[in-house]
Design a protein around this ligand. Structure first.
Ligand code: NAP
Length: 320
């Protein structure tokens, strides 16, 4: 089969398309013919060798993907060959024509969703769910600012928060991204490249501030976020690409808090809740992953460059 292999850490050019043997499903495992693989920013940090946890070399990147079950190992009861599924992590990496996964990493994909949409489920929606439900304990009627609403996680968070009965404010850096955030459920969208936009957000909240901030770029925005939250406001750091300095007094006066996580650190019980929650939304149509640019598998390096550019508008996927 064809797979992207990383033989050494480095720039996008280390992503090599190679012919490798297809894995075989042992007991409790499922082999999936991957039709689309999701591209996430963490895969670029890992490829560059700067992520806190690094896989042994060589490896095939990717935790997100969707396709059709090819074969199942002994004891697998939940899926059978021919089933449409999405992957939430795998044993062998999803940037490949086939991926080997544990049975619990394979989830049914509704007919109404394309494989490209299925490749945009796990990291974006898993992160959005964990941020809103487990970390912020967001309640219906509250207001959430999705600071970076045009990307994979942000778009998922907008849909989820609307479905939960929150009022959603979003930000994006381009007209296309702003339109996407609005279409997916944000009642107001602000341009995070425009001077003074945080004043506009405060004004839109009636001067009270927002109850929850989901932050995609904490190194740039954290100090401003501490001034944007309402009393008992919660800031959830999802993404950060550097250090941030804040004035703790801004939090003290508001009884505010900053929480942070990585999706790798969630508990098995939380993971089960995430799949129950997002699974329900995918099947009833409330959650609809928004796809963006598609690249053939051999152009994984271009996809890695694209995911780090500004001007996000939906999920970037590799088609195999
Ligand atoms: P993505 O699809 O590339 O989207 C990036 C988002 O950041 C876009 O909405 C982009 O908006 C926005 N952004 C750019 N400049 C910004 C600014 N000054 N203020 C606010 N937002 C800004 O990436 P993603 O998959 O959504 O991930 C977002 C971040 O979360 C990444 O850093 C990623 O590594 C991290 N992440 C963390 C976890 C975790 O477990 N903690 C899980 C998933 C992702 P424009 O392009 O419109 O400017």
């Amino acid at each position: 089969m064809k797979a992207i292999c990383v033989n050494e850490f480095g720039g996008p050019e280390v992503l090599k398309l190679q012919e490798v043997p297809a894995p075989k499903a042992a007991a409790g495992q499922v082999l999936v013919r991957v039709h689309a693989a999701g591209v996430n920013p963490y895969e670029t940090y890992m490829r560059a060798g700067v992520y806190p946890t690094l896989p042994p070399l060589p490896y095939t990147p990717g935790s997100d993907g969707a396709g059709v079950v090819e074969t199942v190992g002994a004891g697998v009861k939940g899926v059978k060959p021919g089933d449409r599924v999405y992957l939430a992590k795998s044993l062998s990496g999803t940037y490949a024509q086939y991926a080997l996964a544990l049975e619990e990493q394979v989830h049914p994909l509704p007919e109404s969703l394309s494989f490209a949409q299925g490749a945009g489920v796990w990291v974006p929606f898993g992160t959005a769910f964990h941020a809103l439900v487990h970390t912020a304990n967001a309640r219906p009627g509250e207001t959430v600012l999705v600071h970076g609403a045009s990307g994979g996680v942000g778009g998922a968070a907008v849909q989820l928060a609307r479905a939960m009965g929150l009022t959603v404010f979003g930000t994006a850096g381009t007209p296309k991204g702003m339109e996407l955030a609005k279409r997916e459920g944000a009642s107001l969208v602000f341009d995070h490249g425009k001077a003074g936009y945080t004043d506009e957000i405060m004004k839109a909240s009636g001067g009270h501030g927002v109850d929850v901030v989901l932050e995609m770029l904490a190194n740039v925005n954290l100090a401003a976020d501490t001034k944007l939250i309402a009393r008992n406001g919660r800031i959830v750091v999802i993404g950060s690409r550097g250090e941030a300095a804040i004035n703790p007094r801004e939090l003290m006066g508001r009884r505010g808090s900053i929480r942070a996580f990585t999706l790798w650190g969630i508990t098995p019980a939380e993971e089960k809740e995430i799949h129950a929650g997002i699974g329900a939304g995918l099947w009833n149509g409330t959650l609809r992953p928004v796809t963006g640019r598609e690249f053939p598998l051999r152009e994984a390096a271009l996809a890695h460059k694209a995911i780090m550019e500004t001007g996000a508008a939906g999920k970037i996927v590799l088609v195999t």
